[in-house]
Structures are given as C-alpha cells and as structure tokens.
Design a protein around this ligand. Structure first.
Ligand SMILES: [Zn+2]
Length: 491
C-alpha cells in the first residue's frame, strides 16, 4: 500500500457575510421564498451592468491577509463560461489569472505536534450560482427540477490550497484551522450544512519514484462535501479506491466524484473539465479592481488576534496545550473564557470548569458558549465560592447543574439548597470522634503507617455530613484526634 504518496489539494468556497449580493443590491440573506432575492442583474437579463460590492471586497481582503496572502493592488474579474440551469448568465464572474490574494499559508499541527505550513495558492472573489431543487428522491429519477436564484450572485471567496496535504487527517486539520481563522474575522457564517462553507477535495496518488509534475497525475475531485468529517471520509475512501485500481493494473480516470454520506463512498459524476474548457475571458463590464496599498496595509494592521497568536498566548499563561487547542478552535468558547478570566484570576480553574462540567451541560442542552444560560459572570461567582471554601468541588458541580435548571445565581442555589460547606471544626468533631470509635482496626492500620486508612475515615465522615464537610478540615481533625487519643496508647 505504501508505494504511493497521497497528494491532496483543497478548494474551499466561503460565502461572505454581506447584506447584499456581489454585483447588485439584492439581499444576500440565507433562505427566503424561491426567487424573491432577485433582480435583473442577478437574473442575468440583457443590458444590465454589475456594480461591485465594496463590503465584499473588504471581507475578501481581510480573509486573504489573515491567510498570510499577498493582496494584489490590482486584480481583475473574468468570466468563467459554462452552461447549467442554475447559472442564468451562462457565465460566472470570477477571477482567473489575477486573483485578489496569493501565496499564503495555513499552519497545521498533527498528533506529533510538529507544525506544518500548508500553502494557500490563491484567494479569489466570485459570485455564487443558484440552486436546483429536484422533484423526487434523487436527480436520477426526478420528475422535474425547479430553479431558485436567491443564492445567485451572493459573494464568495474561493481559497485554493497547494497540493501540500498528505493524508485525510491533514485535510481535516487544515479545514479545522482554516475555519477557526475565518471565524475570528467575522467574514462568514461558516455553516457547512447551509452551504456557506463548501469544500472540494482533489486527490491523487504519486507512485514511488515519480519525478514529473503533480499536475500530470490523474486527479479525482470530490465535489461539494458538506462537513469536515465527510471530507475526511471521502478522501479515505478515495485513497483506498485508487490504490486498489492501481494494484489491479488499472488506470485512474480524471473525473469529478460525489460523496454519499450513507455509504461513505464516492461515485462518478462526470469527467473533469480543464480550465480551457471554461473559455475564461476578462469581464468587460467591470473595470480592474484597484486597491490603495495604504488601505491594504491598514487592513492588515487591523486584523484581530488569530489562532496562532491566541494559542501561543494561552500556552504562555500556563494553560495546557490540549485545553488551549479546544478554546482556540471554538471562538465562542474563547470569548467566554476571556470574559470569565477578566473577572477571575485563576485562569486554569476557569479553563477546567469550562472544558469539563460546563461543556458537558452546554452540550447536553444543545446550547453553545455564546447562548448558554450560565454566563461568564455566573460561572465566576461559582468559582469564587469554591475558592472561599464555601463549596467543595463536588457541591459546586451540583450547584452548576441547578444554575442551568433554574437560571438562579450560584449564591441563590446555595441558599435554597442549604448547600454550604461545613467549615466549622466544632460541627464536625463529634462525627470524627464517632468514626474513630467505630473503626478501631482502621485506626491501628493508620498508626502502623498505612496512609490509605485515613482516606477511608475521611470518606466515612464525608458520607455522614452528606459531602458538606470541608475535606481538608476533616483530614486535619482526624489526624489531630488520632494523635491525641490513640497514638499515646501505642507506647
Ligand atoms: Zn439582484
């Protein structure tokens, strides 16, 4: 199996979060009744002229810069010609030989934690096509197809990676990191299930000793996969399929394949077009896109903190790398963390509670960190009660659950449930005495050096106080009492 090296390049389409479409004033919002977000421009009527949406360009430049691309001061638009019913003009306005951004990279980190730079060949701006709704279960036996042009003309960026990825896992890491970077920019909803982020994967196998250009390898494109997980599955399947074909002495056909979520398999759709099949030519209705280099530099300076910098900052603060990774990849979680740690000094305690109990409760309720019923100030109040010794860790878990259930604050829950920790030695001493009296053999074990015997007795006291005694205090009282009342009799 190992006489081939896996070569993967990804093309990711991201819908930009603008109010209006790329070349007209129609709403770019997702949904709406079919063909209600349309006008003569995006319907491709004769005689209309496109006008570029400045906000779309701003978001595209922001994205390209965040992906370490060089942004061209002058780029241009081109027509990509093809016929399909969801494309009313019979061409798509895109960018061909002068894309907005070029030569960037995304850094991925594998299980071995070695950083690897994946090249970003280009980031260009283009318009989306419409959508076909097939009447029937599937295209093959549809009784008809309806066209909805609400998405036609919505602004997209296409992010094309270099063929630097060597496994399905690396593809997953790249997409995860790419999505995280874009999430901090506020340029897109990034919802793969709604199509606002889509991925095509080019997969080929390079035989050992192959010295030619990667472009010469027969390439299979897996088209329009709707989740990162499915991109990974599609590539895994495709690598096996191609390896088996080559092992059987057959040839790989250059083609476009779909991915079937149910079977986990790819299937042939059509033979792949070459760029020259599209007969790209310069868009005559739009002037070249000229950007002020000073404006580009200002945009670059204005970028927010991005995953690489955030990761380094968190690890520098003593947050374990694994935890830092979870926070970085979920912008909502990271923002929650920032709010909470602005109010509470113990950053590791915040991290631990966020990524264990809070995450579990949020997930169980189908909430997210952004819309969770327990806000950062609520969590911080709870952690303060732990720090002050009012609550044990175990009690705090119970309080947190009740906060989710009732919407009450931590101190309200503590009051209502009479939950505060017993920190008064006098209140615990009689129970300690009783436990020592009832377990003479265990006391002897402890005196003969078995430290574990003490843990048993602490457990007994905790049980009798229904978990409300402060464990440190119980531990101390047990030691003192044994020292005072039992150790003497040993001599
Ligand atoms: Zn329109």
């Amino acid at each position: 199996m190992s006489q081939y090296q896996v070569i993967i390049g990804l093309e990711v389409h991201v819908e930009l979060k603008t109010a209006t479409k790329l070349f007209c004033g129609c709403s770019a919002a997702f949904g709406g009744d079919p063909n209600t977000h349309t006008c003569p421009v995006c319907l491709g009527m004769p005689g209309v002229l496109p006008v570029i949406n400045q906000e779309a360009i701003r978001l595209a430049v922001r994205s390209a810069l965040a992906l370490n691309c060089t942004v061209r001061a002058v780029s241009k638009f081109d027509r990509k010609q093809y016929f399909y019913p969801d494309l009313p003009k019979a061409y798509q306005i895109s960018q061909y030989d002068q894309p907005l951004g070029e030569y960037g990279w995304v850094t991925i980190r594998g299980a071995d934690d070695a950083a690897k730079k994946i090249g970003v060949r280009r980031v260009h701006v283009e318009e989306d096509a419409g959508k076909l709704n097939h009447l029937g279960q599937r295209l093959g036996d549809a009784t008809g197809s309806l066209v909805d042009l609400n998405r036609a003309g919505v602004p997209l960026i296409e992010i094309v990676s270099e063929p630097d990825l060597r496994s399905a896992e690396e593809a997953r890491l790249y997409l995860t990191e790419l999505r995280a970077v874009l999430s901090y920019l506020d340029v897109s909803d990034l919802r793969m299930e709604e199509g606002s982020m889509r991925c095509d994967a080019n997969v080929s196998l390079r035989p050992e000793g192959f010295a030619g250009s990667l472009e010469d390898l027969p390439r299979v494109e897996i088209k329009n996969v709707n989740s990162i997980r499915n991109v990974q599955r599609g590539i895994e399947y495709e690598v096996i399929r191609q390896t088996e074909l080559l092992a059987a002495g057959e040839r790989i056909v250059k083609e476009t394949r779909g991915f079937d979520d149910a079977t986990g398999k790819t299937y042939s759709q059509r033979s792949k077009e070459e760029a020259n099949d599209y007969r790209y030519f310069p868009e005559p209705d739009l002037p070249p896109l000229v950007l002020d280099p000073q404006w580009i530099a200002d945009m670059k300076r204005g970028l927010p903190a991005l995953p690489d910098a955030i990761r380094a900052d968190l690890v520098g603060r003593g947050i374990p790398e694994k935890d830092a990774e979870v926070l970085v990849l979920d912008r909502e979680a990271y923002e929650y963390w920032r709010e909470a740690t602005a109010l509470f000094q113990d950053e590791r305690l915040v991290t631990n509670w966020m990524l264990s109990d809070l995450s579990r409760l949020i997930n169980a309720r189908g909430e997210s960190f952004a819309n969770s019923g327990v806000r950062p100030e609520g969590l911080v109040e709870l952690l303060g009660l732990i720090q002050a010794g009012t609550l044990s860790g175990r009690m705090a878990k119970e309080v947190l659950e009740a906060m989710f259930e009732s919407g009450q604050t931590a101190s309200q829950v503590v009051k209502d449930k009479g939950l505060s920790q017993i920190t008064d030695a006098g209140a615990i001493q009689s129970i300690v005495d009783q436990v020592l009296h009832d377990n003479p053999a265990v006391v002897q074990d402890f005196l003969s050096g078995k430290e574990k015997a003490l843990a048993f007795m602490v457990g007994q006291v905790m049980k009798q106080t229904r978990g409300q005694a402060k464990p440190d205090l119980v531990n101390q009282l047990l030691r003192d009492s044994i020292q005072k009342n039992y150790a003497a009799s040993q001599d």
